[in-house]
Design a protein around this ligand. Structure first.
Ligand code: NAP
Ligand code: ZN
Ligand code: ZN
Length: 331
């Protein structure tokens, strides 16, 4: 449904962005379907945003009119807590201000990127390197940073074996980024249907999780598993794939708890962890990293009228590999 939303007047540190493309993240779908809790309707979602600056507040120094910029999952944080001071604004102890469905500092509910314009504090606006094709930038602002951050934190690189579970929006970026970091990557997908793509993205191996033999063949293999699945999985079966001191990082966000038997952790001194997006400075580094390594998301551009159909295709794992809304179709 189309509607009119109000953006706040530009404050001295605000940037007005004319949006070109907005990515469709599975988190948008969890949110609008009420899977994560009550929805503050009316709500516009979207937290993968790219566009151009069309106006800046009087005190803005980091961005200028005409710049190509991006906005991800958060638009503000307290800036004073220990986590914010450490550059980990996503873990702000006061709670970061999400790009949508959060209470903004003026008391209104934030509204996301499936819209023509957005007003954002300059510190939460990213510079976009020239090398990244315009329609492919937006998914980096969530899918890109959400996979880059744990891969960097748990030191994926030469000599490490990384498994990526689920090859959708986040998963395909996890594969490309881990490969660019120098890791040896295996994709664990429900079927072998996307194997050719996985190998094209640089994975060395691609196995079907529907086949029990996969779990036997790959037991005690990986240093790091990045789980991007949007639904519950049998965590214990995947923990069995970790070698000594291996870590399984959960970035997928199913609404239900994921049960873990501690005995699956005792073997090989395994860790089960979580990770949420990434800090602003780290997001900037991720953009530079992708530009430098020639990595970009695979996108299918759709008009605003096709968003409901795109949601259905994401829900049936029929996304190759991120839908991006052409915001011109809203104008
Ligand atoms: P997506 O494009 O739908 O990808 C999820 C993939 O998981 C699917 O492509 C599919 O891969 C696999 N999958 C789906 N249902 C499954 C099931 N029942 N059993 C096993 N595998 C299944 O979604 P996304 O946009 O990448 O987001 C993935 C998850 O990450 C969502 O829960 C989202 O909310 C969350 N997320 C978290 C953060 C964070 O900060 N932690 C940020 C963004 C998104 P195959 O077809 O290859 O099996
Ligand atoms: Zn997202
Ligand atoms: Zn804070």
């Amino acid at each position: 449904m189309r509607t009119t939303i109000e953006r706040r007047d530009l404050g001295p540190r605000d940037v007005l962005i004319e949006i070109s493309y907005a990515g469709i993240c599975h988190s948008d779908i969890h949110t609008v379907r009420g899977e994560w809790g009550a929805v503050p309707y009316p709500l516009t979602v979207g937290h993968e945003i790219v566009g151009h600056v069309t106006e800046v507040g009087a005190d803005v120094t980091r961005h200028a009119v005409g710049d190509r910029v991006g906005v991800g999952c958060m638009v503000n944080s307290c800036r004073e807590c220990a986590n914010c001071r450490a550059g980990q604004e996503q873990y702000c102890l006061q709670g970061n201000v999400g790009t949508y469905a959060s209470v903004d500092r003026d008391g209104t509910v934030t509204q996301g990127g499936y819209s023509t314009h957005v007003v954002v504090d300059e510190d939460f606006v990213l510079r976009v390197p020239h090398a990244i094709p315009h329609e492919a930038v937006a998914p980096l602002l969530c899918a890109g940073i959400t996979t880059y951050s744990p891969l960097a934190h748990w030191k994926a690189g030469p000599g490490t074996k990384v498994a990526v579970v689920g090859m959708g929006g986040l998963g395909h970026m996890a594969v490309k980024i881990a490969v660019a970091m120098g890791a040896e990557v295996t994709v664990l997908s429900q079927t072998l249907g996307k194997k050719d793509d996985g190998l094209r993205f640089g994975a060395e191996d691609y196995q079907a999780t529907s086949d029990p033999a996969t779990f036997e063949a790959l037991a005690n293999t990986f240093d790091l598993i990045i789980n991007t699945v949007s639904a519950s999985i049998d965590v214990g079966a995947y923990l069995g794939l970790l070698r000594l001191d291996g870590t399984m990082v959960n970035v997928g966000a199913p609404p239900e708890p994921l049960p873990v038997r501690v005995f699956s952790l005792f073997n090989n001194r395994r860790s089960f962890a979580g990770s949420s997006i990434g800090g602003i400075a780290e997001t900037q580094r991720m953009l530079e990293f992708c530009a430098e390594h020639g990595i970009a998301p695979e996108v299918e551009v759709v008009d605003a009228d096709a968003v409901n159909d795109a949601y259905e295709r994401v829900l049936s794992s029929d996304v190759r590999y991120r839908f991006v809304i052409d915001i011109d179709s809203l104008r």
